[in-house]
Design a protein around this ligand. Structure first.
Ligand code: C2O
Ligand code: CU
Length: 434
């Protein structure tokens, strides 16, 4: 199998490793794991994981909980953990450049933080993440509502791809300059991994999709039921949107929650120029004797500070570089506003509570999913209205997206492309909220 041939692998025959579970007062031990990614009987894939699996265990908390997580670094690599999407205490954000020194191999670091918002989040390594996330150092972090909506099942769906050699091992082309300057490290095998193996006909299931890939955009089509999109990046939609025929797009690090009434096996397919590629299926066994009949309702609303649009500071952030982008300087292929990487001074200082409207201009030939740490922001729709409330927004090549953010969480926060090779080669900056 060569690198571009993942369509040749039939996902339906794969052995799907279930996502394991864990409870608060946790210990996350990073270390080598063996995964069965290629079809059964084929070679095994050595990865890194937490507590013996990749994805790492699903951490489940209740909104408002305080988690205390002891990270034991058995990965053999210097590392940190970032809790993506959580409006976290800055010191616990897991960013080597800004909030903590990397944890040395063999050392332990105690993360302790509150989870103020319900929703679907995830955790991942944030040191040399372009390599460590690709090696498997990530897992789901689910914060349950105080009053969760009534569903029969709640299943996490991790989307990822892996760049595998025929013997099952990861291609060791991490940090490849061609990948960095183009679309990032693309896998040749793409899959959906599930925290639950079966459903019943008539079940109402909450599906929590997480794109954990370092670079691949996942336009996915879901078959096997009718349902609605109820949240993006953990945050509820005021009006759930019908799950239509067009694929749902998840950029790296984005999440989408769906409530689905099951009518058959629930399958996930990746849309590609060559057609749909199966990512995996949740089987149906038996039927639910008493299906939930009520309409799919919005999730309980999130705490959202109403942004002061009129008083907002207006800023522009221009994404530059990449192949065909005319930037050729050292290892930094990418930039924001002509600057690559992290400097001593932040791109911008905000007074705590300040609202900013930031126009994200994509002046490159590639899509970029831009992530702000410690906050969510509103996407501004074409008609000027407030759109989705997200922590990662996808900006198309040569497109612009305006966002409105209330910078209310004090600290030093990274702002970067979640195509991790782009982040590594310049497309990142930081802001300070004081
Ligand atoms: Cu999901 Cu800076 O990270
Ligand atoms: Cu990018």
């Amino acid at each position: 199998m060569n690198r571009r041939q993942f369509l040749a692998t039939s996902a339906a025959t794969l052995l799907l490793p279930p996502i394991a579970r864990a409870r608060p007062a946790l210990r996350l031990q990073a270390g080598p794991v063996i995964a069965h990614i290629l079809p059964e009987g084929d070679a095994l894939t050595p990865l890194l994981g937490f507590n013996g699996s990749s994805p790492g265990p699903e951490i489940r908390a209740r909104q408002g909980d305080r988690l205390s997580i002891s990270f034991k670094n058995g990965s053999g690599l210097r590392s940190t953990i970032h809790w993506h999407g959580i409006h976290i205490d800055n010191a616990m954000d897991g960013v080597p450049e800004l909030t903590q020194a990397p944890v040395e191999p063999g050392d332990t670091f105690g993360y302790a933080f509150a989870v103020p918002d319900a929703g679907t989040y995830w955790y991942h390594a944030h040191h040399r993440s372009w390599e460590q996330v690709a090696r498997g150092l990530y897992g789901p972090l689910i914060v349950e509502e105080r009053k969760p909506p009534r569903v029969d099942r709640d299943i996490t769906v991790v989307l990822d791809d892996w760049s595998l050699a025929p013997n099952g091992e990861l291609h060791d082309s991490f940090g490849n300059r061609h990948d960095f300057s183009h679309a990032g490290r693309m896998g040749n095998v793409a899959r959906a991994l599930f925290s639950g193996e079966t459903l019943r006909q008539g079940d109402r299931v909450r599906l929590r999709l997480i794109n954990a890939a370092t670079a691949r955009m996942f336009p996915v089509k879901i078959a096997g039921g009718s349902g609605k999109v109820v949240a993006h990046d953990g945050m509820p939609l005021a009006e759930p949107a019908p799950l239509g025929a067009t694929p749902l797009m998840l950029a790296p690090a984005q999440r989408t929650d769906i409530v689905l009434d099951v009518t058959g096996p629930v399958s996930f397919a990746l849309y590609t120029a060559q057609g749909y590629h199966g990512l995996g299926t949740i089987a149906v066994q038996g039927s639910n004797p008493a299906p939930i009949q009520t309409p799919i309702a919005p999730l309980p609303p999130a705490r959202v500070q109403t942004p002061d649009s009129d008083g907002a500071t207006h800023l522009d952030l221009v994404m530059q570089g990449g192949a065909m982008g005319g930037r050729h300087g050292g290892s930094d292929f990418w930039a924001f506003n002509d600057r690559s990487g992290i400097h001593d001074a932040p791109w911008r200082r905000f007074a705590r509570g300040e609202t900013a409207r930031i126009a994200l201009h994509n002046d490159t030939s590639f899509p970029h999913g831009i992530h702000l740490h410690g906050h969510h922001f509103h996407e501004i729709r074409e008609d000027g209205a407030l759109g989705h409330y997200r922590d990662t927004t996808l900006v198309d090549p040569h497109g612009t997206r305006d966002i409105l953010c209330v910078f209310d969480n004090p600290g030093r926060w990274l702002l970067h492309c979640h195509t991790l090779g782009h982040q590594a080669s310049g497309m990142k900056t930081w802001v300070e909220v004081a």
